[in-house]
Design a protein around this ligand. Structure first.
Ligand SMILES: [Zn+2]
Length: 332
């Protein structure tokens, strides 16, 4: 308890609140800047159980905004790097990491197990899925998004206020919403929004009645502007009124564009013998197993293969072509 003494003297927490944090289970979806800063803030505050999910690897262009990542982490799975560093910060906490795509199956598996879900995502499509799962299992979650110099955040308490689909009724057409890769991101922005959503999370976990469901906070750090808007519940919201969880139902597409790579999901579960695969692929081009991942380059196309069979294919822009190459080289 000595570790948390500056926090337990806060009347909002006390030892009782601190105990609630220790018992809490929180899922953080996405371990980029937003997710890792959120996870670190919650861990340091004393949240005892964290589940981290991210499918990507640390890249050199993440380093300008992610405090936990250092140059030697480049090429390693983000979720594992984050978990490893958090364990060093507070070894008593339980931290579980999933290097995996957050699809309907994983959402159905993880969301019912936790008390609260935190947004560390970089795309709206997965947020709709997360919203479906949280409304279905009546789990509070905090929506937070960042871009360029600004960000916004809103606590979603199913049954007590609006959900994400009350705010954005329909998913935007693919390619119409800019990403951080296109619009850029100011380094301190995700850290500021992560701090705000972590503080809201602590208030929810200790049972403070002061969290206002559906209060959307907009922050622009460049203009030093903070604004709040109260979002209303949609009278005919398909998710939280009709309880039609279409994003959980949709079978995730096997091949999706993911930055400058095409991601291929395996058709069946199980794990790949990456060393044996590297030996086979080495005869066709270059192949090496490093940090538990297989990196191969064949005919100008590069493959990063994960032990669960998932692969990132770079050098082709057509998902069908990437799927064909995957079938030809990886899953045979
Ligand atoms: Zn709704």
């Amino acid at each position: 308890m000595e570790r948390f003494v500056r926090q337990t003297i806060l009347p909002q927490l006390g030892e009782e609140g601190q105990r609630k944090l220790w018992e809490a289970r929180v899922l953080v979806v996405g371990c980029g800047a937003l997710g890792t800063h959120t996870a670190e803030a919650l861990l340091r505050a004393g949240v005892g159980h964290l589940i981290l999910v991210d499918r990507d690897l640390v890249e050199v262009h993440n380093l300008h905004r992610v405090s936990l990542f250092t140059p030697e982490d480049v090429g390693k799975p983000k979720a594992e790097v984050c978990a490893e560093k958090l364990r060093k910060i507070w070894p008593d906490a339980e931290i579980v990491s999933y290097v995996a795509h957050f699809g309907p199956e994983l959402a159905e598996e993880l969301v019912p197990k936790v008390d609260l879900v935190m947004d560390g995502l970089d795309n709206l499509e997965t947020r709709y899925l997360l919203n479906d799962a949280c409304v279905k299992y009546e789990k509070p979650w905090i929506y937070t998004a960042v871009l360029a110099t600004y960000g916004m955040t809103m606590p979603i308490l199913p049954g007590k206020g609006p959900c994400l689909r009350c705010l954005f009724p329909n998913p935007p057409a693919p390619g119409t919403v800019p990403t951080c890769a296109q619009a850029g991101i100011l380094g301190p922005v995700p850290k500021a929004l992560a701090a705000i959503q972590a503080a809201t999370a602590i208030a929810i976990l200790v049972g403070s009645g002061e969290v206002r469901p559906g209060e959307l906070l907009y922050v622009d750090l460049w203009q030093r502007r903070f604004q709040t808007v109260q979002v209303q519940r949609g009278r005919d919201c398909p998710t939280c009124v009709a309880r039609d969880f279409q994003f959980l139902r949709e079978i995730s597409r096997s091949a999706v564009l993911c930055g400058d790579a095409v991601q291929i999901l395996p058709r069946k579960g199980g794990s790949l013998d990456l060393v044996a695969l590297a030996e086979r692929l080495g005869k066709l081009g270059k192949a090496v197993v490093k940090n538990g991942l297989l990196f191969a380059e064949i005919e100008g196309v590069s493959f990063t293969v994960f032990p669960d069979g998932r692969a990132l294919v770079k050098g082709v822009s057509d998902p069908n072509r990437a799927q064909a190459l995957y079938d030809q080289f990886i899953s045979r």
